[in-house]
Design a protein around this ligand. Sequence first.
Ligand code: GLN
Length: 509
Amino acid sequence: MSAAPPAGLPRGVAALARALDERALSSREATAALLAAIEAEQRRPDGLGAFLAVDAEGALAAADAADAARARGDSGPLAGVPIAHKDIFVTRGQPSTAGSRMLAGYRSPFDATVVARLGAGEPGGAPGAGTVCLGKLNCDEFAMGSANENSAFFPTRNPWDRSRVPGGSSGGSAAGVAAGLVAGATGTDTGGSIRQPAAFCGITGIKPTYGVCSRHGMIAFASSLDQAGPLGTSAEDCALLLSAMSGHDPRDATSAARPPQDYAAAMRAPRPGASAARPLQGVRIGLPAEFFPPGLAPDVAAAVRAALTELEKLGATLLDVSLPRTELSIPVYYIIAPAEASSNLSRFDGVRYGHRAARYADLADMYRKTRSEGFGAEVKRRIMIGTYVLSHGYYDAYYLQAQKLRRMIADDFRAAFGRCDLIAGPVAPTVAWKLGAGADDPVQAYLADIFTLPASLAGLPGMSVPAGFGEGGLPVGLQLIGDYFAEGALLHAAHALQQATDWHARRPQ
Ligand code: GLN
């Protein structure tokens, strides 16, 4: 049986929005078809496990509202397009769990800003883009992980090979988009959680510059790194979703105060001196030697090289650059992220939200039992690491050193961007691994984040673009990194590549 969406349904946000515009189908038809596909998936013994919650009733009601708004001619740009949200975003009227037992059964009284802007709009604010929300997508617990196996509920499978992981932590988002169960999805990326699952599932994802999307209503992992972004079937899908979900939000003090952006227009805008055959004429792409180490899997290296050759044919020039502290990004990230997590997760104490232990002797015992029962092994590991590196006597040796190195990693990028416009390399050192393969070695999983962590630490935008297939026919992702707020240039380059190649159009059987 194939994982393909219902025959005839256009694939992706852009195609579906066009079909809805042309009245080729209604949002109710599209929504009902996807709900049926999700249900069929849930009945399979080897089901993808992409959804933690499905809201059929709410989705159909929103679809009808979108169809009515379209008929009236006052609909948002993505009215009626069925998507779903990573369960890190809180949603009114649907469960919000962050993939954790700690928040099982939790219902948020409000929508995250990103959710509201993609949907019906913020209360008392401008109307939203009008997408239909099908439900909440599986993820690693509190977004900690790279394989979706840290979900407290069940793992997600990779639609290209159901014995393999989809990547993480936005694994449900990536698997859902790749399998055609949703037109597009939201994700969050703290150290690679949009880019790496997008790469493992053969779809397109963008982590914007820190501050482009509001963190209001995004359950916090590491606040100085957390950033929301879209996953889609193409750069165009991502541009449409990002235009709708981004923008300044007074409720997030780290939100960038910039005017609203039209990323689809930026994606299409021709560069000066470019031609139809050479749309990337004049674009300098830097290849950091550190992103092509001798240990890089040969199938990944070959696919990335082939994509770079295509970019060259489109007019880009390739040059060597250096990001000398790439390797250090692993210890730096795995100090800073757990430090922030240990602080953020202190709020889950059995008093204000979610789980509370049923039996306890006194207050300290209640905290201890609640947190022991509510958190999974990886979350506990990070809380302990974070508490340790922030503790008196170790703060200077670990946390402060990591902060200094974080600045130096950002400086390395600044030097590189003095010579190039974009930086390219692989997203991950290998294709998707087998379910269960990384279960008992967390350090192995941390090491696999090497190519996504540097841009996260620097706060730079990064993208994963399908770049063909490696071992076992599994997808490989090309990573493109841009300078601050260069999302338009990233999407432009990715779109040019996707106009000339069809890697992104391939789908799992
Ligand atoms: N894999 C990384 C981690 O486990 C990144 C996760 C993320 O970006 N949320 O922390």
